[in-house]
Design a binder for this molecule. Structure first.
Ligand code: PHB
Length: 370
């Protein structure tokens, strides 16, 4: 099989990249290790930045999200009986949209299917080969022996592991009207949504938590206990349809290029879910990468490809930093000292009282323009 671009991974980054390339006359093949139903069964965050929506719209991928997505002006931060709105629309004139990553993944699969894209699922032992040469290739198999491409020496990795995870529940009940991040002495909680009849809630939990220890009744009781009473009273509970635990981690690999291998999305960086930046970063990486690949195949110029890593990393670090900041701001750290608690409390007070601090957070929550 011959192609211009081999894409390893059929998540949002991989499929969106293939889509943008196709619309610009560049061929690609997508190799995905998992089955399609496995990929569609992964529940991820669901908050799309205005810039993410622009990219999806420009590429004919926004029809369903514009119909089903819920537009929001801002997010609430609540703690200790207090609350304030980070009003993104007021500060930046932009709205964001609540729309599940799972739904976007469905839209991307549907678009790939409509155009008969070269998309192979259950590809095993995928190996990029000769990536520093002019003739790179990728090996993959169904029953092959695994080899590894070693990029040691060029790759620098930055990682931070947080001492807790998020227990997430999806339930077919009406959500609170807004997205709310809640800091409480019992730990962090988040109220989010997928659509008017589907809610998504999270609890900060210790890393050794077992799902079996969290039947729905206990989950809802704990959600209500963490939110201030006025919020708790409005939370509608019901039987969950999905429950999972995700550990929290920040990770960046630099540079995002090695020879003719380019990293995008989760292959290059992981953010903790606080701030819902993962999918948005996948879209921005792929926006830059597609542009650079199209330029290469149209004009033979490597200029934009050579600049890809530094261009993409600007936005990556902005998102890595804000998701780290929100994680530190809102969680209860098991090893925190009295000083740490008081400083964290002050940070919340400062954010509530300072217009400038709110504008700065609104700007970061909305993400940098592309
Ligand atoms: C979600 O809707 O799943 C979600 C929303 C906001 C976050 C993280 C996750 O910061």
């Amino acid at each position: 099989m011959r192609t211009q671009v081999a894409i390893i991974g059929g998540g949002p980054a991989g499929l969106l990249l293939a889509e943008i390339l196709h619309r610009n006359g560049v061929q690609s093949v997508v190799l995905e290790r998992q089955t399609r139903s496995h990929v569609l069964g992964r529940i991820r965050a669901g908050v799309l930045e205005p810039w993410t929506i622009d990219v999806l719209r420009e590429n004919g991928l926004a029809a369903r999200l514009e119909h089903e997505g819920h537009r929001h002006d801002g997010v609430w931060i609540v703690w200790g009986g207090r609350e304030f709105l980070i009003d993104i629309n007021r500060h930046l004139g932009k709205q964001f949209v609540a729309y599940g990553q799972t739904n976007l993944q469905e839209d991307l699969f549907a678009a790939a299917e409509r155009r008969g894209a070269a998309l192979m699922t259950e590809a095993e032992d995928v190996q990029p080969m000769d990536i520093a040469s002019q003739r790179p290739y990728v090996r993959f198999s169904v029953h092959g022996e695994a080899e590894r491409v070693d990029c040691a020496g060029v790759l620098r990795e930055y990682e931070k592991i947080y001492p807790f995870g998020w227990l997430g529940v999806l339930a077919p009940v009406p959500p609170l009207p807004e997205i709310a991040y809640c800091h409480s002495p019992r730990g962090f909680a988040l109220a989010s949504q997928r659509n008017p009849t589907l809610s998504r809630y999270y609890l900060q939990v210790p890393l050794d938590t077992r799902i079996d220890d969290w039947p729905d009744a206990r989950f809802w009781q704990e959600i209500r206990a963490r939110f201030p009473r006025s919020w708790a009273e409005r939370i509608v509970t019901g039987q969950s349809i999905e429950k999972s635990i995700a550990p929290l981690r920040s990770y960046v690999a630099e540079p995002m290029q090695y020879g003719r291998l380019f990293l995008a999305g989760d292959a290059a960086h992981i953010v903790p879910p606080t701030g819902a930046k993962g999918l948005n970063l996948a879209v921005s990486d792929v926006y830059y990468l597609a542009r650079a690949l199209v330029e290469y195949y149209r004009d033979g110029s490597m200029a934009a490809l050579d600049a890809y890593s530094s261009t993409a990393l600007r936005r990556v670090w902005a998102a890595v930093r804000v998701s780290w900041y929100l994680t530190m701001l809102l969680h209860r750290f098991p090893d925190a000292s009295a000083f740490d608690h008081r400083a964290q409390e002050y940070e919340l007070e400062y954010l509530q009282s300072s217009h400038h601090a709110q504008v700065a957070l609104a700007e970061q929550y909305a993400g940098l323009p592309l």
